[in-house]
Design a protein around this ligand. Structure first.
Ligand code: KIV
Ligand code: ZN
Length: 380
């Protein structure tokens, strides 16, 4: 069976950039967009042009600076938003307008003080209007995660008929469980008559720590676009992280799915985004955290030194990290100490190793982490 492509839609510059303190100026947005292009993302959501003149200018600049990915601009289901987005995309090699409206009972009642039929009408009108301006139109059903599946299927069918090329099913509040979100996508696949005329997209938030799991469940049930951010940054607890989805699909070949992500650039792109957005990456963050390939307990260190795959499911080199690290702490064993001593040019075995190990444990209890300069002291 041929592998099927999963499109990577990166919203670091839109949903990610909404995080307080993460705002980027135009030049910074262009630098990040170029990095995302060389990373291999298919679609870059560059901003929400009506939100500010600065964001409009940034979307325009990204369109001029980037050739390969589709450039996307967000709008509400409002004509003025769509016109401004279209204007900001006029230099795009390929442009996409991402328009939509809330579809859950909460949004219909408390956000729009409206009713389901009116919501569908406004969505259809927005999609049709956007079609006049952009090569591609994506529709988002905001809070789809908490939207009744039957109504959601009606919304999605209406938007596809109105011309939507992509239908985005956001779990805006990060509420779904993976089986529920997967079932939602399967329901749409099975109950929307024209579903094969559009690509289904996932857009998951991480409020309950489920964003990546939900996105993968979506893909396993037929979604073929995943909306992600670098390092998982985004509103509140963040969005699905690009690096996690890319490596999950790459490390599970039996899923017969692939992305165009050049995984070797992940570590570098993660650092760039973290620096530009002034948003540190948590040390234990999967794939790109400082400790993602650091082993510190004796059992794991011994195992990984015998064979890397005893404790690593991906090769650090695949994501642009030179090698795993053996961190020396009071939980480390002789194998790790011997390995690190060899690294600084000292081959120590048997009784000699035992006596250095005793001194090492005392030092490690005090110092917590033992560095190379401490090892030199130990063997002096
Ligand atoms: O989380 C969400 O629902 C969104 C939409 C605007 C796509 O970010
Ligand atoms: Zn979002």
């Amino acid at each position: 069976m041929d592998k099927e492509k999963v499109y990577i839609f990166d919203t670091t510059l839109r949903d990610g950039e909404q995080v307080p303190g993460c705002q980027l100026n135009t030049d910074e947005k262009v630098i990040v967009a170029q990095a995302l292009e060389s990373l291999g993302v298919d679609i870059i959501e560059a901003g929400f042009p009506i939100s500010s003149p600065g964001d409009f200018e940034a979307v325009e600049a990204v369109c001029k600076a980037v050739r390969e990915p589709v450039i996307c601009a967000l709008t509400r289901a409002v004509k003025k938003d769509i016109e401004v987005a279209a204007q900001s995309l006029r230099y795009a090699h390929r442009g996409r307008i991402h328009t939509g409206i809330g579809t859950s009972d909460y949004h219909i009642k408390y956000k729009f003080n409206s009713n389901p039929e009116e919501i569908i009408r406004r969505g259809v009108e927005a999609v049709k209007y956007a079609k006049n301006f952009a090569e591609q139109v994506e529709f988002y059903a905001e809070d789809a995660g908490r939207t009744d599946n039957e109504f959601l299927a009606r919304v999605v069918e209406a938007m596809i008929k109105a011309g939507a090329d992509v239908v985005n099913i956001p779990d805006t509040t990060g509420y779904c469980l993976p089986n529920e979100y997967g079932a939602k996508i399967a329901y749409l696949k099975n109950n929307v008559p024209n579903i094969d005329k559009a690509i289904i997209s996932t857009h998951c938030h991480n409020d309950l720590g489920m964003a990546t799991a939900n996105s993968v469940a979506g893909v396993m049930n037929g979604a073929r676009q995943v909306e992600v951010t670098m390092n998982g940054i985004g509103e509140r607890a963040g969005n699905t992280s690009l690096e996690e989805v890319a490596m999950i699909l790459k490390s599970h070949p039996y899923l017969d799915l692939y992305t165009k992500i050049q995984s070797i650039q992940l570590a570098k792109t993660s650092k760039l985004v973290s620096t530009m957005m002034r948003m540190p990456v948590q040390p234990n963050k999967a794939i790109v955290g400082r400790n993602a390939f650091a082993h510190s307990s004796g059992i794991h260190q011994d195992g990984v030194l015998k064979h890397r795959e005893n404790y690593e499911v991906i090769d650090p080199k695949d994501v642009g990290v030179d090698s795993s690290e053996i961190i020396l702490t009071a939980r480390s064993g002789r194998a790790a100490l011997r390995y690190r001593l060899e690294g600084i040019g000292h081959k120590v075995e048997g009784g000699a190793l035992d006596s250095i190990y005793e001194k090492f444990l005392k030092m490690a209890d005090e110092k917590k982490v033992i560095e190379d300069n401490d090892l030199h002291l130990l063997i002096a």
